[in-house]
Unconditional design. Structure first.
Length: 238
């Protein structure tokens, strides 16, 4: 057999083994991803367009039913909360998670924007994952690089007994870096670590550098096993 044929055969065998290994990895991660972590707030990476007004999303992953919440959002230097025409801060609730809730916001002594939402009828927040509320933000024209967004003092009112439940602090990233399709962990490469990052997101425990837009490979607005499979295809196409 010619040497070049042997090399082709070896390469082909290697790619087949890699494909089987990655697909097995996907199946394993999908099984694990069905076990969600404790209830928490998640902040998808925000791609900053300097000098513009943008919408910053905060997601809730929960098993427990809640009727109300409050949280203190600390924005980094160069990013400020936008205001509406009447002088109020521009905050809103996701229509997919609310029934009859009202949201308010004001800046407190610590410099944080304190956000609170409640239902006058004590109705539950809907669903168990996805966007919960939004803050419209304005970035400086010279904003560049990456900065951390923090959320502290997170309290949710549990539906079953009206008890306030304290959540762990949350953080996210605002960055001017351009997304790379499939680069879920923002390290500027697409590899098996991105599969792990997406699986962690599905379990409710993404890292601070999880890039929602890069992970949403099929651009359907959600993160699912379908995106993991597409990331596998990206890896194998190299």
């Amino acid at each position: 057999m010619r040497i070049d044929n042997i090399r082709t055969l070896r390469t082909s065998s290697y790619r087949r083994c890699l494909r089987v290994t990655l697909l097995f990895f996907v199946i394993l991660l999908f099984a694990v991803s069905q076990l969600r972590a404790e209830d928490k707030i998640v902040i998808p990476t925000l791609k900053i367009e300097p000098g513009t007004t943008q919408r910053l999303a905060f997601q809730l992953i929960n098993k427990t039913a809640y009727t109300a919440f409050q949280a203190e959002v600390f924005l980094p230097k160069g990013i400020t909360p936008a205001k509406t025409g009447d002088g109020n801060y521009s905050v809103s609730l996701s229509s997919s998670r609310i029934t009859n809730h009202t949201i308010t916001a004001n800046v407190i002594s610590s410099g944080a924007l304190k956000v609170a939402a409640y239902s006058s009828n004590n109705e539950n927040l809907k669903g168990s994952s996805g966007d919960l509320f939004y803050i419209d933000i304005v970035s400086d024209a010279n904003f560049e690089g990456s900065a951390t967004i923090e959320v502290k003092g997170i309290l949710f009112t549990r539906s079953s007994d009206r008890k306030e439940i304290e959540f762990a602090d949350a953080s996210g990233v605002a960055t001017t870096r351009i997304s790379i399709e499939g680069d879920a962990n923002s390290d500027e490469a697409v590899d098996a670590k991105d599969i792990v990052e997406v699986a962690n997101y599905l379990k409710g425990s993404p890292s601070d550098y999880f890039d929602f837009s890069a992970a949403d490979v099929n651009t359907d607005g959600t993160i699912s096993i379908a995106d993991i499979i597409k990331i596998v295809h990206i890896i194998l196409s190299k």
